[in-house]
Ligand binder design. Structure first.
Ligand code: SF4
Length: 376
């Protein structure tokens, strides 16, 4: 089984915190679509004939594609891959794109799951992030998708912004509840280098992230998830029963996936590849029949670190049986030794051979995982 990720590298405007690859000029959109169709064919052998269980359109803003453009992509995928009839097919969409006309077009595609980039239900917060939509459009987009008959929906929310008080965060969570949405991805605002937010903080024109407030909001989120019986199945992801994201879960479980489009990453257990993060160079290379791809073969220690980083962030935890199966005795000993400090202090709990972060540990997830990394 394998998954396909498709990166659509266009956005209407730049959100101030974003460091993904995208262009705000749509002039290459058609050339890129043609290149993407070619790349699907060129790279079909990557999944070695495995059945495709999930397709995920991310970006950028995939909802900038029309229904017809998406249909061309599906036709090409069906021509070159075997798609599982129950495949999860997710489209990331921004609220301002989900008007009545677009929703009608999307009804003619096999998309069966939406990930809507709401981020906040407050205008002042959306303006701070320089999002292209307002709070009214946020609500209208959810209603439009639900009225059209899709119920497998997830929304993104961001906490920790200087414009979001704890009361407002609680209201955002209540809005999520009122809309009866089965899945939530909630991220703490992070300040990535080279983003407009990074420069504004450096210049002193905007406040930095208040880490203490972000921690409180993460705790409120975990409390809310408990009350609402949402499974906290990955550090930033929460689902009602039966609605865990299959595509993202397969990343976290270490399954292989093929990434298509500029900057997209592919993975097949011991090898990671990534496409050039430049639209013109991507198109040119594909047109010449040789995709511009870089590759890294992961050493055993890198595979170990990758496994620790990903598994510990999930509800499935790090499994010692699997570590013993995949890694040398040296790394098994290293894991047993280094995890003890965290089990003793209560940030990690051990159940049989499975190690998971406790509530207390989830707050320190990044620190704990990097502490468990093997470094020469
Ligand atoms: S819409 Fe998404 S990809 Fe585009 S700038 Fe905003 S956060 Fe980044």
């Amino acid at each position: 089984m394998a998954g396909i990720y498709i990166h659509i590298p266009f956005c209407k405007q730049q959100c101030n915190y974003c460091d993904f690859h995208f262009s705000t000029s749509l002039k290459n959109k058609n050339g890129l679509l043609q290149a993407l169709l070619q790349e699907i064919e060129i790279r079909k052998s990557f999944t070695k004939g495995a059945k495709i269980k999930t397709i995920y359109f991310g970006g950028g803003t995939p909802s900038l594609l029309s229904g017809d453009e998406l249909s061309l992509i599906f036709e090409q995928i069906n021509k070159h891959f075997e798609l599982d009839p129950d495949a999860e097919i997710t489209l990331e969409a921004n609220p301002d794109d989900l008007n009545i006309q677009k929703i009608k077009e999307l009804k003619n595609t096999p998309i069966n799951r939406f990930s809507i980039g709401i981020q906040s239900f407050f205008d002042q917060d959306l303006q701070f992030m320089n999002r292209a939509h307002n709070s009214q459009e946020a609500q209208r987009s959810i209603k439009g998708i639900q009225d059209a008959g899709w119920n497998n929906i997830t929304i993104d929310l961001i906490y920790g912004t200087p414009t979001l008080s704890n009361e407002m965060w609680q209201e955002n969570l209540q809005k999520f509840k009122q809309w009866n949405i089965p899945h939530l991805s909630a991220y703490g605002l992070t300040v990535e280098e080279k983003t407009p937010l990074f420069h504004a903080i450096k210049k002193g024109t905007t406040a930095n992230v208040d880490q203490e407030k972000a921690k409180q909001q993460f705790e409120m989120l975990m409390q809310f998830a408990k009350q609402e019986e949402l499974e906290h199945y990955e550090i930033s992801n929460f689902a009602k029963k039966g609605f865990m994201a299959k595509h993202n879960s397969s990343y976290w479980k270490g399954d292989s996936y093929l990434g298509l489009g500029p900057s997209a990453h592919s993975f097949d257990h011991n090898k990671r590849q990534w496409n050039v993060a430049n639209n013109s160079r991507y198109i040119k290379a594909i047109n010449q029949g040789v995709p511009s791809i870089e590759e890294e073969i992961l050493s055993e220690k890198e595979q170990f670190n990758e496994y620790i980083m990903v598994s510990l962030r999930t509800i499935w935890g790090a499994n010692l049986d699997l570590i013993e199966l995949r890694f040398s005795a040296f790394l098994v000993d290293y894991f047993n030794f280094s995890v003890t400090k965290w089990t003793k202090s209560g940030e990690i709990e051990q159940n049989g051979n499975v190690f998971k972060l406790t509530q207390k540990g989830k707050i320190l997830a990044d620190r704990i995982t990097s502490d468990l990394f093997y470094v020469d």
